[in-house]
Design a protein around this ligand. Structure first.
Ligand code: NAD
Length: 425
């Protein structure tokens, strides 16, 4: 079995209880952190090459170093608004191993001088929020949260905040607005949250999986983390595999594990022994790949090289029985529904994309529709405040280009090219 960093419930299924977590060496990272200077913790995280697991892969230590030094209220926010189609990894960390996230939050708070933390969790995860709250209560009782934690002189309070089911609140500035009680509409960046975040104060926003890596990095040292995964893409990664596979689920593996191994060994191969038609490697926003990419290492840099991205590490597998028109019409509906409406290219563009794709799916497509889709994509990309519009384009455009013949077949023959299709979403 490969190294377990996050899924400690595979070692002890009851690790969500604080006593069990402590027995497995839990909160040792925090104890060690208090023997270090805050800047040295940031340096250690920098040296570990820990990159943001929410999707963008931004270097975590560098992000922490953007926080201003000195007095004044600062916030540390955990983005637990996991909402990308196909993405279901963070909820396993929070429901099975919540103390590792809490420990990471306290270490990060101490390193950056933030005394208040929020875990912003999507509204649909109410059951996970309850598990988290119980773990937070336990941590307060044991003195790992609250005033003068472990006699360090450092205070840190941690709150769970439930969202209300909006995908765009997973974008960090939309999240910040929502946390403040405003509509969850993203803000322009810069200023980045480290300059102007929650209630106008310096704030760092990190994904759940990212923060949960921190306790072990501090406890075992950056060199240990660097020993896992390829250069500049270190550590383990939780891959969430869904779609036409025999064994869908979440798998913690070394970063850079080949796509073929993840699909055929860990996820049990394609249902019915069918052929692989396409795979979305990193949540719905990552450009779709084909069977020729099966040997690609699943890490940030390798996927970028082939024009896609690791994103959140959510792998959506589509067999030869998938109708691409149906699959991507469904995703287009998602983006159109989730657009916050603030920017015209996104609001109008995503709705228009869905409308055209829907009519192609309904056998009412017109000649010229495919070029119209590609033209609209070009008018959305790079013209909006947040990346939701871009994400819709990165999802739809490569699919229409790669499977153009299928879309054309729908328009010309008024029927689907795939016999006995199996829905994917
Ligand atoms: P981004 O590249 O704009 O930013 C990533 C992070 O780095 C942010 O926290 C940002 O503040 C920081 N950053 C970037 N440049 C900076 C600079 N110059 N100075 C200071 N800080 C800087 O990406 P993003 O919009 O935050 O995220 C996009 C990613 O989110 C996509 O890859 C997508 O796959 C992913 N995503 C994930 C989910 C999910 O459910 N996990 C949902 C939607 C999107």
């Amino acid at each position: 079995m490969s190294e377990i960093v996050l899924f400690k419930h595979l070692i002890d299924p009851e690790v969500r209880n604080i006593e069990n977590y402590i027995k497995l060496g839990g909160y040792e990272g925090l104890k060690k952190a208090f023997t270090m200077q805050p800047d040295d913790i940031i340096e250690e995280v920098k040296r570990s090459n820990l990159r943001g697991r929410g999707g963008a892969g931004f270097p975590t230590g560098l992000k922490w170093s953007f926080m201003p030094k000195g007095e004044g209220q600062k916030y540390f926010v955990c983005n637990a608004d996991e909402g990308e189609p196909g993405t279901f990894k963070d909820r396993y960390i929070m429901s099975e191993n919540p103390h590792q996230l809490i420990e990471g939050m306290v270490i990060g708070g101490y390193a950056m001088g933030a005394t208040v933390g929020y875990i912003y969790i999507r509204g649909e995860f109410e059951f996970v929020a309850k598990i988290l709250q119980k773990a937070i209560d336990e941590a307060y009782e044991k003195g790992f949260l609250g005033k003068n934690i472990l006699n360090s002189g450092f205070d840190f309070d941690l709150y769970v905040h439930l969202g209300a089911g909006a995908y765009v609140c997973g974008e960090e500035t939309g999240l910040i607005n929502s946390l403040e009680g405003k509509p969850g509409q993203p803000r322009l960046k810069p200023p980045f949250p480290a300059q102007y975040g929650v209630f106008g104060k310096p704030t760092t926003v990190n994904n759940v999986e990212t923060i949960a890596c921190v306790p072990d990095i501090i406890k075992k040292g950056a060199d240990w983390f660097l020993s896992i995964g390829p250069e500049k893409n270190n550590g383990t990664k939780i891959y969430a595999v869904s779609g036409h596979v025999n064994n869908p689920g979440v798998f913690e593996l070394p970063m850079g594990t080949p796509l073929r191994e993840i699909i055929y060994e860990h996820a049990g191969g394609i249902v019915g022994g069918k052929k692989l038609k396409a795979v979305i490697p990193g949540g719905s926003s990552a450009p779709v790949l084909g069977p020729e990419h099966l040997d690609i290492p699943m890490d940030f840099d390798s996927l970028k090289k082939v024009g896609s991205m690791l994103g959140s590490g959510a792998i959506i597998v589509m067999s030869e029985d998938t109708c691409m028109v149906e699959a991507f019409t469904r995703l287009a509906k998602f983006y159109a529904h989730e657009s916050c409406g603030q920017c015209t290219p996104c609001r109008e563009g995503t709705a228009w994309l869905y409308k055209i794709l829907k009519r192609i799916e309904d056998r009412e497509g017109k000649k010229g529709d495919i070029d119209l889709i590609l033209d609209i994509c070009g008018k959305i990309m790079g013209r909006t405040i947040c990346p939701l519009g871009d994400a819709a384009v990165m999802c739809i455009k490569p699919a229409v280009e790669r499977f153009r013949d299928e879309f054309e077949y729908h328009i010309e023959h008024k029927k689907c090219m795939v016999e006995n299709k199996i829905p994917i979403f």
